[in-house]
Design a protein around this ligand. Sequence first.
Ligand SMILES: Cc1cc2nc3c(=O)[nH]c(=O)nc-3n(C[C@H](O)[C@H](O)[C@H](O)COP(=O)(O)O)c2cc1C
Length: 186
Amino acid sequence: MKVLLVVTHPREVSLTHAVKNRFVEALQQNNHEVDILDLDHDGFNPLYSVEDERDWTNPDKVYAPEIRKEMDRIVAADALVFVFPLWWYSVPSLLKGYLDKVWNMGLLKESMSKKVLWICLAGGDEEHLIKYGYKPMITHYLNVAIAGYAGVKESQVEFLYDTLSPSEEYIAGLLDQAYALGQSYN
Ligand SMILES: Cc1cc2nc3c(=O)[nH]c(=O)nc-3n(C[C@H](O)[C@H](O)[C@H](O)COP(=O)(O)O)c2cc1C
């Protein structure tokens, strides 16, 4: 399977990148082809300009080459995976900008990769995210409001909780969780 993996975190030595690396390692061991887009380090510009606006009256509108390139990477992939930290119970702005500009209000509906996995790193623990309704809110937002609207057939959210834990053993367990997710991905 060809997987387009989109990661966002400004710090290369972050847990987010460590999770991405473990997940990719498992994918590659299972002979999946992985195309990585690192929104921060690849310099993705999240600012939405007039040129980026979807023209509902013109399905043939030509978008900026750097955006068209990202659209083509999606079309070429069988599956998409996002790895990101939970910020304000949402996706970081850079990832939101990517969705705004590249997914562009469901522009790719007909050619959208068939499935999406969202790997979300949360500072809070699971009990907290359930108690305040954040877990169903985020899950619904990603699976239905975003992926569903964009025509994705299969969307799944996996949370890694309590990511700021000082326990090295616990953090190693999160990396094992990332590896296991990659191992079972098909
Ligand atoms: C701007 C910002 C907003 C955050 N908002 C949340 C939040 O809404 N809920 C939560 O559980 N954790 C929140 N966190 C904690 C991050 O999810 C946590 O730092 C991250 O999962 C740890 O991974 P990292 O080391 O790769 O950054 C926030 C962190 C930052 C920097």
